[in-house]
Write a protein that binds this ligand. Structure first.
Ligand code: MTE
Ligand code: MO
Length: 311
């Protein structure tokens, strides 16, 4: 009987993943059963990882260090905000099945020298991929610590060559109600989700466009195949499943600011002192558990971003 030799791509993933996360995933697969939808979902993740074998694991950028342990991988994939699917954080993962994230086109447009639509696989090959460990903080006062894989947004801005008149970027999420049940069942939201940054924020060293997490492709529920990450801002700024990046001379409107301007401003920098009408920002609750922690100004990223807000 032939011995099954693991294909090359299976090894780095297993080696890159701390044993406890690996066991959690196995226990999870056992829990949901090996048949039906569960197995299909688990396998689709591996299939994309195989295609991404040249990307993962990416070199970790050691400049960005954490003051806390990484969040359990299973928790990051099963406690999500992604209203296009549902507002129930613990059910997003089970509702993303129909969402098609490959192939994927990203349009770079607006006030740029070279407007262009990229196939995401092609764009990734042009970008300096790396891994960074970042804190992740939702305005609802829960927090995580996550190993993202992606590239600095500045690399994309440099590629696009914005005109001197471009002062902001506007990012737009996908619009596929047939694949995202929450878009159909909650028509009162102004889909598709949209966000924006100032140009100096978009090109700040912290700002990343992310394709992966824990050394493999993003699960759909975390914003596959491409999402923004701005770790000094509340999580809602980090728009998921981006299809368009537009350079503009006007401050873009944002999804949450249009819905509730008193609760969500354009900057949305993490700030323990700035009260929010619904959630005290003084402390945060790590997911999946453990003692609450005091909120840090700029989520602990003062050294990188304080200069942006001096004036
Ligand atoms: N398109 C889109 N992007 C989104 C959201 C969303 O509902 N739709 N939710 C935001 C919020 S409120 C948070 S806290 C983070 C959550 O990211 P995570 O599920 O990967 O932790 O995604 C943000 N990006
Ligand atoms: Mo959030």
């Amino acid at each position: 009987m032939p011995i099954k030799i693991p294909r090359g791509w299976e090894m780095p993933e297993r080696e890159a993943t701390p044993e406890e996360f690996y066991l959690n995933r196995r226990q999870f697969i056992k829990k949901i059963g090996l048949g039906g939808i569960g197995a299909a979902m688990a396998l689709s993740g591996w299939a994309r990882a195989e295609e991404g074998k040249k990307i993962y694991p990416a070199q970790r950028n050691e400049k960005f260090v954490l003051d806390r342990p990484l969040t359990d991988e299973w928790a990051t994939a099963h406690y999500n905000n992604f209203y296009e699917f549902t507002t129930d954080k613990e059910r997003v993962a089970e509702l993303v099945g129909k969402f098609q994230t490959h192939p994927w086109t990203v349009e770079i447009t607006g006030l740029v020298a070279k407007p262009k639509s990229f196939d995401l696989d092609e764009l990734i090959r042009l970008m300096p991929m790396e891994e960074r460990l970042y804190r992740h903080r939702c305005v609802e006062a829960w927090s995580m610590a996550v190993p993202w894989t992606g590239f600095p947004m500045k690399a994309l801005v440099d590629l696009a060559q914005p005109l001197s008149t471009a002062k902001f970027v506007r990012l737009l999420s996908f619009n596929k109600p047939e694949q995202a049940p929450g878009m159909k069942s909650q028509p009162w939201y102004s889909w598709p989700y949209y966000e924006g940054l100032r140009m100096d924020e978009a090109t700040n060293e912290l700002t990343m466009l992310v394709t992966g997490i824990y050394g493999h492709d993003l699960p759909k529920q975390n914003g596959a195949p491409l999402r923004l990450v701005t770790p000094w801002k509340y999580g809602y700024k980090s728009i998921k499943s981006v299809v368009k990046i537009e350079f503009t001379d006007k401050q873009p409107r944002t999804f949450w600011n249009d819905l509730a301007p008193k609760e969500y401003d354009f900057l949305s920098n993490v700030n323990p002192q700035l009260p929010h009408p619904r959630w005290s920002q003084a402390a945060e609750q790590p997911i999946p558990g453990g003692p609450r922690r005091p909120t840090l100004l700029y989520n602990g990223y003062e050294a990188s971003v304080a200069a942006l807000y001096k004036a």
